[in-house]
Design a protein around this ligand. Structure first.
Ligand SMILES: O=C(O)CCC(=O)C(=O)O
Length: 445
């Protein structure tokens, strides 16, 4: 049996049997003990998941290979509108004491921002004790080339510590710190054609984005080309935080589903104009090898690969979703060629130097590669913040946003280090990303 292959009736029977196990008084007592001793329901649940008597046998009897697979099947029926499965799933969760409310995107980011402040011992303006700054300077000395380190050490002392750590992460990825003095764009240029020479000189070297609006001949004409990979399992993001009516997919547990079930669910939600709770975000095409041929025919790296360093391991990545699926504000340490295959994408871009206005999030000064995500909720203007949010994120008022709309066939060069949040169209949407490391002559130039 494939995952997701249980009928609604079978899923209901499975959940009923699972509930009997969970409601057993010995089991409930063990659960309460765990909750009391660990004080953390999520953690307790994990322990318990490993120990639940009979649960493994039940999963096997119904043909599930893992807990994640079972959850995927249940969510699929919930997504298809089965009230009975939804009700039983809810009962199962509450019998485990697992009523963890989902925070809104704004609440989640604000909480993480406070946690970052605490971890760095900063105040709201990012002012940190001297010892914290020294620790950061030590990392700059130890991890960067002399030229890159000099650029960072020249920055004003009142630069928020989070911003400095963020720039350190960028510099560590080979992003030249001269991006801090780059010319200011008022809009992202759009070109009907783009040679590799122009891409290199006018965009890659100065780290400036550009859109090429030309539909490659080999572009698949509809999403049906995805069906060839329908039998593959894919990891999805679920449980989105909401920002108004828009699902924002952040730090969610991933779950696996058959790709064909995901496509069907997405279609169902599009037709019924309801929010799809799943998003296939950042998935390597090595997970969907049947698509490789169609994608190689686009010949993107053959056309532009000379402008960049090595492609990232696992090659091309894809993102597929619907109903204004949103990814929160962050930057990547890679050069990105982003092709919109179908549907549309709206993108907000901020230059790397805006790190100081974007309140980067991270867990500790000593953690390399951190501070790539921003505490600013996606697609929100400073003027639309509540007075509390304006006071908290006062610097955001100075950030310089550029908006880009990508339609099928459009290719965006998104330079490494540029902050971006991305929102899909209502209808199903798909992008492909070719990520590359920064070209060595760009870092050294
Ligand atoms: O399309 C998305 O949701 C996010 C894409 C993205 O962040 C990226 O390509 O770096």
């Amino acid at each position: 049996m494939g995952h997701g292959g249980l009928t609604e009736q079978e899923t209901i029977r499975f959940l009923q049997e699972l509930l009997v196990i969970y409601e057993d008084s010995n089991f409930q007592e063990q659960l309460h003990r765990l909750h009391r001793t660990t004080g953390a329901p999520r953690h307790a649940l994990q322990l318990l998941a490993a120990e639940a008597p009979g649960r493994e046998a039940l999963l096997r009897r119904f043909g599930f290979r893992s807990l994640a697979e079972m959850k995927g099947c249940v969510r699929l029926h919930v997504a298809r509108g089965s009230q009975r499965v939804a009700k039983l799933a809810q009962l199962t969760r509450s019998s485990l004491g697992l009523e963890v409310p989902i925070e809104s995107a704004e609440q989640l980011l604000e909480r993480q921002s406070k946690e970052t402040q605490e971890a760095l011992r900063c105040d709201r303006l990012g002012r940190a004790p001297l010892s914290a700054r020294c620790q950061c300077l030590q990392r700059i000395e130890a991890e960067l080339s002399e030229a890159q380190a000099e650029e960072l050490k020249r920055l004003p002392e009142d630069l928020p510590l989070q911003a400095l750590l963020s720039l350190l992460t960028m510099a560590g990825k080979g992003i030249p710190m001269r991006v801090l003095h780059m010319k200011e764009l008022t809009e992202v240029p759009v070109a009907a054609s783009l040679s590799p020479e122009v891409l290199w000189t006018s965009h890659v070297l100065p780290s400036l984005p550009v859109v090429r609006r030309k539909v490659p001949e080999a572009l698949p004409k509809s999403l049906s080309f995805l069906e060839v990979a329908g039998h593959r399992m894919v990891q999805l993001k679920g449980r989105p935080s909401m920002s108004g009516s828009v699902p924002v997919f952040m730090c969610n547990p991933s779950m696996s589903l058959l790709f064909s079930d995901f496509l069907e669910t997405m279609q169902w939600h599009t037709e019924s104009k309801t929010i799809c709770p799943f998003y296939l975000s950042k998935t390597s095409l090595s997970e969907l090898p049947e698509l490789q041929e169609a994608i190689q025919a686009l010949r993107i790296p053959e056309e532009f690969g000379t402008c960049f360093g090595d492609p990232v391991p696992n090659g091309v990545h894809t993102y597929i979703g619907c109903h204004r699926n949103t990814t929160s504000l962050h930057f990547d340490g890679y050069e990105n060629l982003m092709l919109c295959v179908f549907g549309a994408k709206r993108i907000w871009l901020f230059p790397p130097s805006d790190a100081r206005f974007l309140y980067p999030l991270g867990e500790s000064i000593s953690k390399p590669q951190d501070f790539t995500r921003s505490a600013i909720p996606p697609f929100t203007r400073f003027g639309d913040f509540s007075p509390e949010m304006q006071a908290r994120f006062v610097g955001y008022g100075k950030a310089k946003v550029l908006e880009v709309q990508l339609r099928a066939g459009d290719l965006l060069y998104l330079p490494a280090g540029w902050w971006h949040c991305v929102q899909g169209s209502e209808e199903p949407n798909m992008i492909l990303n070719w990520w590359f490391s920064v070209h060595p002559s760009k870092t050294g130039a």
